[in-house]
Design a protein around this ligand. Sequence first.
Ligand SMILES: [Cu+2]
Length: 149
Amino acid sequence: MGASNGIMELGAELGLYGMIVITDENTPTVDREIILCFNDLYETDIPQIQQDFDCFNGYAFLGNTPTFEVKVGERVRWRVMALGKDFHVFHLHGHRWLFNMRYDDSIVFGPATTITFDYVEDNPGTWLYHCHVTDHMMGGMIGYYIAKP
Ligand SMILES: [Cu+2]
């Protein structure tokens, strides 16, 4: 790990990050906005952990990652970003949304990129959102999304 570069990278891996969202008067409003960051914690970088973790907003594994709640009829916007070195596949069960001119339920995105999409919630239930890269999901990138009737 390099001197100043390594310190900055470790800070991001430990959760020192955020998202700046730039909007203007033409940005459609929504009822719920969900901010989700994909990040990895590597045991080679952090001596206090005994294994690698694949995290959402700094947390890993179902029940520990953020649970997002929305209501049917609400316009929901996801703002998703990736830190670290890996490509990811955002996936939400039970939903499809318009993204890049087609309806999709899984989006591939790379390091230091963001994706944003909206939909009107119309499918009540308790759903999973997760990374569709199997190693990432098994390493903790999975959470609950609850759409209340
Ligand atoms: Cu992933």
